[in-house]
Design a protein around this ligand. Sequence first.
Ligand code: ADE
Length: 251
Amino acid sequence: MRFDVVSLFPDIFEAVCKYGVTGRAHTQGLWQLKVWNPRDFTQDVHRTVDDRPYGGGPGMVMMAQPLEDAVNAARADRTDETPPVWLMSPTGRCFDQKMAQELALGPGAILICGRYEGVDQRFIDRCVTHEVSIGDFVLSGGEIPALAIMDSAVRLLPGALNDKESALQDSFHDTLTGLLDSPHFTRPEVYQGQAVPSELLSGHHANIALWRRRQSLALTMARRPDLIESARQAGRLSKSDEAFLASLTKN
Ligand code: ADE
């Protein structure tokens, strides 16, 4: 898998190639990253990448031409004909685990990091295939969203994680049927007077699985009832799950 990132701050992306799971996967050759700076594609002596918005208003708008030329350079450097071009934008479709899984199965993408107040719409119309948000909040640029998206996809690549199971256990994964993950504990058995739940010490695998399932259901019901409803609609809640959920609302 290969990512091409278009950003005015290429150094930010060293992090994802150097550290942790994504860094190790990069060293192993599981994925490649190339960063393209739109400033290198400007056509004036000042290397201008932004200008004031037509119609007035605060802030600056990123110009279309340096962005389009950077995307074209990235495209020409790749072997796949038509890679997806994702613009990081708070007005985009909200990124989720399903999108991360689809991304991890494909050739990668070209990720565009906007800055300032926005990006000239003509660039978006000509070059961008998807606009993607990482949540209902506004960041000062698309660099952190691009890092988050790459991390979420790379860690799903076969061989990226040490313990093959750990991706499967994560929150939102299919094996949890879209529920939040249950709490985790490690040594010591008692910390600051708080003991590890006895179910986890029992060594009884079925009881442990049931405890975890119920913790997931209770946590998801409390924090993300929308995910409970989605799981229900998709037929991913068992009779036993439903009985447990009903018992929660009674108490
Ligand atoms: N750029 C600024 N805020 C953003 C967000 N929430 N998601 C994606 N790109 C952004």
